[in-house]
Design a protein around this ligand. Sequence first.
Ligand code: ARG
Length: 558
Amino acid sequence: MRRQVRVAWKNEPMSSLPSQLTERVQTVTGIDPEMRPATKPQFGHFQSNVALRLAKTEGKPPREVAAAIVEKLDLGDLCEPLEIAGPGFINFRIKADVLASTASELLADEHAGIAQVANPQRVVIDYSAPNAAKQMHVGHLRSTIIGDCFNRVLSAQGNTVIPQNHIGDWGRQFGMLVEQTLDEGLDLDSLDLAGAEALYMRANAHLKSDEAFATRSRDRVVKLQAGDPETLAKWEKLIAISKAGFERTYERLGVLLRPKDYAGESMYNNMLPAVCEDLEARGIAKVDQGALAVFVDGYEAPAIMRNSQGGYGYDVTDVAALRYRVGELHANRLIYVVGSEQTHHFKLIFGVCRKAGYLPDEVRAEHVGYGMVLGTDGKKFSTREGTAVHLDDLLDEAEQQAATNIALAAIKYADLSSGLQKDYTFDAERMTATTGDTGPYLQYAHARICQIMRKAEAEQVEVPDTITTLDEPAEQQLALLLSRFGEVVADVAETLQPHKLCGYLYELAGAYSTFYEQCPVMKSEGEVRASRLALCSATRKVLAKGLYLLGMDAPERM
Ligand code: ARG
């Protein structure tokens, strides 16, 4: 018999078993029961010390308080009869058939239990954002990987995600780049991104040593801004070379970013005068030491909208971009994935935009910073030659340890699995291990399930789509964990902390291992075998979806 579990309405986040339980106990206790996973199978699935806490305030014996709570609780549809343990703990054991039908529902659900939001949002995610004529450095890689995870998670809930790749494709450096090209008589068609980066270095050195060149470079910037065709053509070429290089990286990384997502600094160039005019006319910006500036309460230095020479910079470009994202792209939520060293910049920009009304109260704006990548020596990660590390270096190193899709998962997992603000150590050997808290370990768990499925197929055993019996504690733990997936994904979407999903999947892979050790699948028979195969199938589904949300491959063999 299949019991009907309380199923949330479509479009309403489906609450997991633990949270349904919490909610219902709280209506009786009045305070949060603080359900904890039971520490031993004989204590059931969850334990609460709520009676002990209430007993203190009520001045009654805890076991008596516990008995009164149990008396009032009507959880017959979800739990086995409740038990009072030790000094007054209440033990909850979810009914096996409730666990089974929850897991079966997940297996049938095309979203694997991820609730589709009732009011889909338009979420702009600013990520990757490398600078033209330079290769991406490790910071841009982290942004690309983290931002891509947010893109996947928010999309999976049914939101519309609009990635914006705010590349640095405008500014003073293009004056010297174009001048250097002309000086050298360089054919830009022959350059790739590494070549453009070398050109950048030469131009920079030239600029520092040659005053006349510096002057010519400044004049060239004016020509670029005035739209001089020859200058523009060279600039466009440099951007095209840069984008081609970035595309290679995105392809190698397997991220969702596409050419349509480029919305570089140059795109806002012609909006800047109007932004300044608007801010000045409404008295939000004022002239301060020749520059047009916006002061925000709590910040000593203002945001600069136009410098004293009449030039525009990084601040005003971000103000214009934000205004565009809210006004034209109709974003409800803005997420900026940029290194922690820019935290102050974004606080200031959000402050300016709130003050100007470009960022209305109902639109959420979040800067998600992240720490550095360190070498095994504990120093900022660099190549043997001491230069900045590029993606290729990282992947090459990881690929010495494992196949490409596994090396990628190793890098991505290392990027996502601890608090984003923390620096992490790039240790290729540890990251690619198939044991321990690594991306490859999750992939391996997935591949192992696929292997069972192949075995079932070879033996012509059907894999059914319902889980019917769950007698063993290890089976029940696995089913219980599966039922939490949707809640974890919703939590990551809300808090933008991917390590919670990593931690969950790690726990799931562990629970699967325990199940696999304790509950024979192909060696069991009849309904037990059928139900265990379906449970394997549900686990595979959640692992595959989870890996996808982290941007990792779910290999069928390893
Ligand atoms: N190009 C910048 C850098 O490399 C990052 C841009 C981040 N996005 C933004 N809207 N400012 O530091």
